[in-house]
Design a protein around this ligand. Structure first.
Ligand SMILES: [Zn+2]
Length: 511
């Protein structure tokens, strides 16, 4: 079974005095966490236990019951009648921090030992080990989780929480703003989180579903549908097309208006540049033009979320089970004004963000997996015959290759299409080619060994299509490979490219 988890964040709406109660509750929680952290430090053996056993042991140390009337370090010294679940939440938080601290201490000690061993071995002048040891947390600022029995009556837009107000434990009803919990998810313990002077409720949610097959397996079925996405900086932010493994093209969708987004961003950046030039100086450690920057950030974030959601929606509408992107190329530095340069940079970042968001959204939409392929020439090749295309703008002469132009024509097979659609189709095909190439008909005996290895590289660990790009082995080496296949395999995996002649032989069958 596969799992998908995320957190739903809801702002709280409450009477103003509640803010002080929430703060008092958080202070108490952190005091209890600090208390337990010290407890664990005093009894180091506890960390060797599993969380559940450690929790029981810690409760025995600190909590008095009929069977255990005199605990060694009573928690009641700190505060009376702390609810059991509040205590347990604090214990778990303290255990987490203690484990993190202990493991960083361990690695620090190991580094120190290694350093000293090296010094004694080399003799000569000794260099002291300068790295500082990790320190336990000096202050605590953890958000309070509400385990079951600390909250009740959760409805779409309200919840009742048990909170320490500073003088007593009381049940407070608060209203939740923002979106509802989606269906089909299991809810975890909500957490009360402070952001600035507002309080939010974060609720982790989780859903389980049948784990999808690996992309390599899925692509062996001709009916598997994949949705290939071409991300752009201009005009259409994303062009998606759905096709099956056997090559039937089912649907295309053009998403987003990149010109409007980049125009809006450029305008804001220009305003910042103008403000800066008028002020002349920028204060250190202080954000200038804070509002404008915030606006730019929010626009980018919003668009990335919208576009990625639309991509995933389109993919699941057409029952695609794999989402294919190309790797982002390097950011090409651009000349021009400040706003122009920054604008390209931000558009590039937004592309990365769209990919990231689409990846997790696709996983949440029932386990759609995401792959990336080599971006080389995806927009220059014809999706039908793979020949170089002519790319031109409407009303311009049909010749040459104009980057960014909207239309394309294949001189070989007369394919006419939107250039971005053609690119997205090529991206999808590239993934199919990568998976299928090594698995075609049995090659002639002379090359069988090499192709067996290349099959492993193709379907194996890497999801990236580097095979056509990577350096190929010199032909003379082939003899060694048949003898020592262990080494050959290692080298193959690293080099990643089958012999060029084999590749072309295999390709002939496929096309
Ligand atoms: Zn063509």
């Amino acid at each position: 079974m596969a799992k998908a988890t995320k957190a739903i964040r809801q702002a709280l709406h409450h009477p103003p005095q509640y803010a002080a109660y929430f703060a008092a509750n958080q202070v108490l929680f952190n005091r209890v966490v600090a208390f337990y952290f010290d407890c664990i430090q005093a009894h180091e053996g506890l960390l060797a236990l599993k969380n559940k056993e450690a929790l029981t042991a810690l409760e025995k140390l600190t909590h008095g019951t009929g069977a255990n009337p005199h605990p060694i370090m009573p928690l009641t010294d700190l505060a009376p009648d702390i609810p059991a679940m509040f205590r347990r939440a604090a214990i778990n938080a303290a255990l987490g921090s203690a484990r993190a601290f202990s493991s960083s201490l361990k690695t620090w000690r190991a580094r120190k030992e290694k350093h000293e061993a090296k010094q004694t071995r080399s003799g000569g002048k000794k260099k002291p080990f300068k790295e500082r040891p990790p320190v336990p947390p000096r202050s605590w600022n953890k958000s309070v989780p509400f385990y079951a029995s600390l909250w009740r009556e959760r409805h779409t837009h309200c919840i009742v929480l048990k909170v320490w107000t500073g003088s007593c434990w009381s049940w407070l009803k608060v209203h939740l703003l923002g979106r509802d919990l989606p269906d089909g998810y299991a809810m975890g313990s909500p957490q009360l989180v402070r952001k600035g002077d507002r309080w939010w409720l974060h609720t982790p949610i989780e859903k389980t579903f049948e784990a999808p097959a690996k992309s390599g397996e899925q692509l062996t079925t001709a009916q598997t549908r994949l949705c290939a996405v071409d991300l752009n900086l201009d005009k259409h932010l994303a062009v998606c097309s759905v096709q099956t493994v056997d090559g039937t093209i089912l649907a295309t969708s053009f998403i987003g208006n990149g010109t409007a987004v980049s125009g809006c961003r450029k305008q804001l950046l220009g305003r910042i540049a103008r403000n800066r030039s008028q002020t002349g100086i920028i204060a250190e450690n202080e954000q200038d033009n804070a509002d404008l920057w915030a606006k730019i950030r929010h626009v980018d974030e919003q668009i990335a979320h919208q576009v990625s959601a639309r991509i995933v929606q389109f993919a699941s509408e057409h029952k695609a089970s794999i989402l294919v992107f190309e790797h982002l190329g390097n950011l090409q530095p651009e000349k021009g004004t400040y706003s122009r340069r920054s604008n390209t940079k931000r558009a590039y970042w937004m592309k990365g963000r769209m990919f990231r968001y689409a990846t997790y959204k696709a996983w949440h939409a029932g386990g759609i997996i995401t792959c990336r392929v080599n971006p080389r020439n995806t927009s220059r090749e014809c999706h039908r015959c793979h020949a170089a295309v002519v790319r031109y703008n409407q009303g311009h002469p049909v010749e040459g290759y104009t980057p960014g132009a909207a239309l394309c024509l294949c001189p070989q097979c007369q394919m006419r299409d939107h250039a971005d659609r053609n690119a997205s189709l090529r991206i999808g095909q590239r993934l199919i080619e990568r998976m299928q190439e090594p698995q075609k008909e049995k090659p002639p005996p002379a090359v069988r060994c090499a192709s067996r290895v290349s099959k492993e590289t193709g379907v194996g660990t890497s999801q990236d299509a580097k095979r056509q790009m990577g350096p190929s082995l010199p032909a003379a080496r082939r003899g060694d490979q048949t003898n020592g296949h262990g080494t050959a395999q290692g080298r193959k995996r690293r080099m990643g490219a089958p012999l060029p002649d084999i590749a072309s032989q295999l390709r002939v069958h496929f096309e």
